[in-house]
Write a protein that binds this ligand. Sequence first.
Ligand code: NAD
Length: 256
Amino acid sequence: MLKNKTALVTGSTSGIGLGIAKALARQGANIVLNGFGDVEGARAQVAALGVEVFYHGADMSRPAEIEDMMRAAADRFGRVDVLVNNAGIQHVAPVEDFPPERWDAIIAINLSSAFHTTRLALPAMKAANWGRIINVASVHGLVASAHKSAYVAAKHGLVGLTKVVALETATTGVTCNAICPGWVLTPLVQKQVDAKAAALGVSNEEATRLLLGEKEPSMQFTTPEELGELAVFFCSPAANNVRGVAWNMDGGWAAQ
Ligand code: NAD
């Protein structure tokens, strides 16, 4: 379905971003990877699906590096057809103890980076009259949890940005939508499981059960593979008129 198209996924060396990159690659899209950590492992997993892979190590907190990445992606593949804004970080603390530099980093990486990639990708998408912008927000783009001020603010902001871009592209072949996962067992969440296990003096299994039990009625993690399939749907012709939605995959979290 995505043969001869290019998908750029920010924060795709791990977790959800890597899952979405692989799902889009299975549809034939060439992939621009981004993120830190095990770059070669991610590159090998995507290349094994038979598509071309290009990596750019832009730090999503730095607009000049984002500009360089978008230019490099266009130089390499001609255009970015599918943009997935996925890079994100978390910090958990009460507002009065929240380090201001962590606030700034979360707003920059989880929200402002999507503004920069979107403004840079849109002209070519509009010229081609086809494009897909998929913002990986969170159930925290719809509801709040204590001690996550920056994350909840950034994700609500990302859902707002999604709606504005959807309106500005509504008469074109470009769509913009958000995905709102509940808990997904990635390194970002394992840190929160570890913190709970340490704070309560319980096992990893018990901490996991408590974490799910607080918020997620299904008592199940959503997987990067399931989120990848939702991204594929947003790219499909059936989703041509799906615009500005914030689609939960949260085991019933926001239904409560
Ligand atoms: P993860 O830690 O496994 O992956 C995060 C990715 O972002 C990695 O590739 C990392 O290298 C990259 N990254 C971090 N800082 C970066 C920076 N400054 N510049 C470029 N890349 C950077 O986390 P994940 O759980 O896969 O999270 C991916 C997205 O999904 C995030 O936006 C997160 O908020 C969102 N999300 C996660 C969950 C969950 O339960 N895991 C739930 C809802 C939403």
